[in-house]
Design a protein around this ligand. Structure first.
Ligand code: HEM
Length: 508
């Protein structure tokens, strides 16, 4: 009995003390990545990375590591982060005779009990099958056809805000929630033919309200996947209530998908082509119903939270930079005497508006940490640095966009750096590396919604500034948080941004 007990104690000691100590020493001194710079504590064990992820601090912690150790750093035993513009091409784009690095399944896997979607599917062949079919709903032409639907929601946004302003002119309005209402309503309509009615009811639909929890939960699930030998045990420890919330959340999208699919009407949305193609007989180009369900679940989040984040961040910076705000307002109001003139086509030609949004995406990327990828079998090279197969790699968009090696005055909001005139050698911004900013990523898995995102962001920002004078409310004693102070759990956890709105014509 005593022998058995002491054997059990020894085993426990080996499991909980000796083995982790051995692994840490191996990771620091013997691992193939040992020569890469970075803090020893992060190289020793994945736990430090996970603690930072759970605290919502990963983006800023990795930024600090890049600041101290340089553009290529080791941030976990098997992970290297790059803050160099050339890394975008090397990791995400197809190079001659070489495929882009595959997605890291720790981050990009279907949620437990859900099928693979466009964004999680591993096989490149299967991915391009889905992408070809879905692309029809996202081309420039498709987006032009969707304009009336998008316009109707942006008009509604202005109408709702006008009512609030007229009722209580001095009140501060949290624009973050209104931007979320608008972008989720638009994607709901274009995805399922039913908006979430957030603008109509001036409140979050319960599905939308849960999105951020869903992302936090996904960050926790990803950390569990780093431990494949015990992930099943750890998963089973997740509270049943959490799993039920996730399932119910997904089921609501499934119901919406089915309502739209049964309603076989042609409208200029994301689903029409999928329904028309799938028809009643399937072939090797169609998507299965579970794939459609999972993909539309992703599109709803990917297509709304992201645009709302860029717009919130851009407005945060604009209200702190009155000179940029004035230039933009002047451009919009002088180009468009009537509000009906604000169309997708005309707005794309506004140079300063485009520059402001590019600068907004540089400083407020909606996916600020890396897009995780894996070095394929046989190994690979990024920015001329050789990496063994299986290494986790990514571009740290946040650090790269804010690095003094890429940009002059990197922490300042300077839309001028994006104007053609800045390419003149006499401009202080002539050497800015604009290609370091790739908010939609590159290569075969780049953002499918890029055209829509641009059209939507231009229209929402321009219509708001055409209709209202918008200022920060710091005079009221309560200041808004700076963008950098927010936490990130895969996506940015946006704090309220309280602004003062004044109807432009009310004091003309
Ligand atoms: C400013 C707005 C947006 C930004 C910055 C953005 C950014 C991105 C990025 C970086 C990726 C690549 C993810 C990866 O490779 O790991 C991506 C993929 C994706 N985005 Fe966007 N996105 C935006 C808006 C949209 C919109 C409006 C939609 C649709 C309505 C959308 C739908 C998608 C989908 C479905 C994917 C997966 C594509 C694939 O795997 O083939 N996004 N997005």
């Amino acid at each position: 009995m005593a022998v058995a007990l002491s054997q059990a104690i020894l085993t426990l000691l080996a499991v909980f003390l000796i083995y982790p100590a051995y692994r840490a020493a191996y990771n620091i001194y013997l691992h193939p990545l040992r020569k890469f710079p970075g803090p020893k504590s992060w190289a020793a064990s994945r736990l430090v990375f996970i603690r930072s992820l759970w605290a919502g601090d990963l983006v800023h912690d990795v930024e600090r590591i890049h600041q101290i150790y340089g553009p290529v750093v080791r941030i976990a035993p098997d992970e290297v982060s790059f803050s160099q513009a050339e890394a975008w091409q090397d990791i995400y784009a197809n190079k001659p005779g070489q495929a882009a690095f595959p997605k890291n399944p720790v981050w990009w896997s279907a949620q437990p009990g859900q099928p693979d979607s466009l964004i999680t599917i591993k096989s490149d062949k299967e991915h391009s099958r889905m992408r070809r079919l879905l692309n029809h709903g996202f081309t420039e032409t498709a987006v032009r056809e969707q304009e009336d639907i998008v316009q109707s929601y942006v008009y509604k946004l202005v109408e709702r805000l006008s009512i609030l302003v007229k009722r209580k002119p001095e009140q501060a309005i949290d624009i973050v929630q209104w931007l979320n209402f608008t972008t989720f309503d638009i994607v709901g309509d274009l995805g399922f033919g039913e908006s979430f009615d957030c603008l109509e009811k001036s409140q979050y639909h319960p599905w939308v309200a849960l999105i951020f929890n869903h992302f936090k939960a996904s960050a926790y699930v990803a950390s569990i996947r780093f431990y494949p030998l015990i992930d099943k045990i750890l998963m089973s420890l997740l509270p049943k209530s959490v799993m039920k919330i996730q399932r119910d959340h997904f089921q609501q999208v499934v119901d919406k998908v089915h309502r739209r699919m049964n309603f076989e009407v042609q409208r200029p949305d994301f689903m029409s082509h999928v329904i028309r193609h799938n028809g009643h007989q399937k072939d090797e180009h169609s998507m299965s119903v579970p794939e459609i369900e999972a993909t539309f679940n992703i599109i709803t989040v990917a297509g709304s939270e992201t645009t709302a984040t860029v717009l919130s961040g851009t407005l945060n910076y604009l209200t702190r930079n009155p000179e940029s705000m004035n230039k933009l307002v002047t451009e919009i109001r002088t180009h468009f005497p009537q509000d009906t003139d604000l169309t997708f086509d005309k707005l794309r030609k506004l140079h300063y508006l485009n520059a402001v949004l590019n600068e907004g995406m540089r400083l407020c990327p909606p996916i600020p940490a890396g897009l995780p990828r894996i070095v394929p079998p046989g190994g690979g090279s990024v920015c001329g640095v050789g990496l063994p197969e299986g290494t986790n790699v990514s571009v740290h968009a946040w650090s790269l966009s804010r690095s003094p090696e890429s940009f002059v005055r990197p922490l300042d909001f300077v839309p001028e750096r994006w104007l053609n005139s800045a390419r003149d050698t006499s401009s202080p911004y002539a050497n800015d590396k604009l290609h370091a900013v790739q908010p939609f990523s590159l290569g075969p898995r780049h953002c499918i919604g890029k055209n829509l995102a641009w059209a939507e962001m231009r229209l929402i920002l321009a219509r708001l500034l055409w209709s209202f004078d918008i200022t920060s409310i710091e005079a009221g004693g309560k200041s808004n948080p700076v963008w950098e102070s927010q936490k990130t759990y895969m996506l940015v956890e946006k704090s309220p941004l309280c602004l003062k709105f004044r109807l432009r014509h009310s004091h003309a």
